[in-house]
Design a protein around this ligand. Structure first.
Ligand code: SF4
Length: 243
C-alpha cells in the first residue's frame, strides 16, 4: 500500500511557487514581478494584434538573410535594405559572393556603417560556408557562431527566421522592452535571453522576439515610449510611463 504523505512532505514535493515579491528598481522603489498569467496575457495580446510578425530585413534565402543580419549590426534595417536590394538580385549564394569579390561588395554596401569590416567578414564567411558546409547555411547555432562576423544574436535570428527555431534574439529593443515591462531585469543580452527562454510560454516562442522588437521600434521607443497607445499598458511595470 502506498504511504500517505504528510502536508509538509506534499508541500516539499511541489515546485517552489514563483516569487512575485517586489524587487528593487532604479530609484530604489520596489516593483512586483510579472505573474505567469500576466506574461501569458502580454503575448496573447501581441499575437492577437499581429499574428504573423515578420523581421524587416529583406532577403531571398537563408544565405541572404545571414548576410543581411551581419550587415545590420549598428545599422537600421531600412538602411541595410536600401543597400542590399540591388546586391541580392544578382548575388544570393556564397559562390556568387566570392565571384563578386570584396572590392565590389564594399561599393554595394558603402552606405552602411562599418562597411569595410562587414565586407571582409561576408567574404570570409562565404569562403567558410563553401569550405566547411558545402555552401549551405548550417541549421545549428553553434556552427553559425563559428562564421566570421556572426555572434549569438545573428545566429539566433537565422535559426528563428530560416529554420523556425524558437530562439530569442536580443537586440537593444528587446533588452529595453523586456526590462521596462518587467519580463527581465537582465542587463546583458545573454541574461535577457535566458529570462525570455524561461518565461515566454512555448506557444509564443517562435514569434516572441519579433513582437518585442516591433513593440520597441514603434511603441515602446527608447526616448519617449508611447504608453497611452500601448496595448499592454495595464500590465507593464515601467514606473515612468508617459501620460
Ligand atoms: S506602457 Fe509604456 S513603457 Fe510599458 S511597454 Fe507600453 S510603451 Fe513601453
Amino acid at each position: 500500500m502506498s504511504k500517505r504523505l504528510s502536508a509538509d512532505e506534499r508541500s516539499a514535493a511541489l515546485p517552489a511557487p514563483r516569487s512575485h515579491a517586489p524587487r528593487a528598481t532604479r530609484g530604489g522603489a520596489r516593483r512586483r514581478g510579472l505573474s505567469s498569467a500576466e506574461i501569458q496575457e502580454i503575448f496573447r495580446r501581441f499575437a492577437a494584434a499581429n499574428p504573423e510578425p515578420k523581421g524587416e530585413l529583406e532577403h531571398t534565402n537563408p544565405f541572404t538573410l545571414l548576410v543581411a543580419v551581419v550587415l545590420s549590426a549598428q545599422a537600421t534595417d531600412a538602411g541595410v535594405n536600401k543597400a542590399t536590394r540591388a546586391l541580392f538580385r544578382k548575388v544570393d549564394t556564397p559562390q556568387k559572393m566570392l565571384a563578386l569579390g570584396e572590392d565590389a561588395l564594399r561599393e554595394h554596401i558603402k552606405s552602411i556603417g562599418l562597411y569595410r569590416a562587414k565586407a571582409k567578414n561576408v567574404i570570409l564567411l562565404s569562403e567558410k560556408l563553401i569550405r566547411e558546409f558545402g555552401g549551405e547555411i548550417p541549421a545549428d547555432r553553434d556552427a553559425l557562431e563559428t562564421l566570421p562576423g556572426v555572434g549569438r544574436k545573428t545566429a539566433n535570428v537565422v535559426m528563428n527566421i530560416a529554420f523556425g527555431a524558437p530562439t530569442m534574439a536580443v537586440d537593444t529593443h528587446v533588452l529595453r522592452v523586456s526590462n521596462r515591462i518587467g519580463l527581465s531585469e537582465g542587463k546583458t543580452p545573454l541574461a535577457v535571453e535566458a529570462d525570455l527562454l524561461a518565461k515566454v510560454p512555448p506557444e509564443y516562442g517562435l514569434h516572441a522576439h519579433h513582437w518585442l522588437i516591433l513593440h520597441g521600434r514603434y511603441v515602446c521607443k527608447a526616448r519617449r515610449p508611447a504608453c497611452p497607445a500601448c496595448l499592454i499598458r495595464d500590465i507593464c511595470r515601467f514606473p515612468d510611463k508617459t501620460l
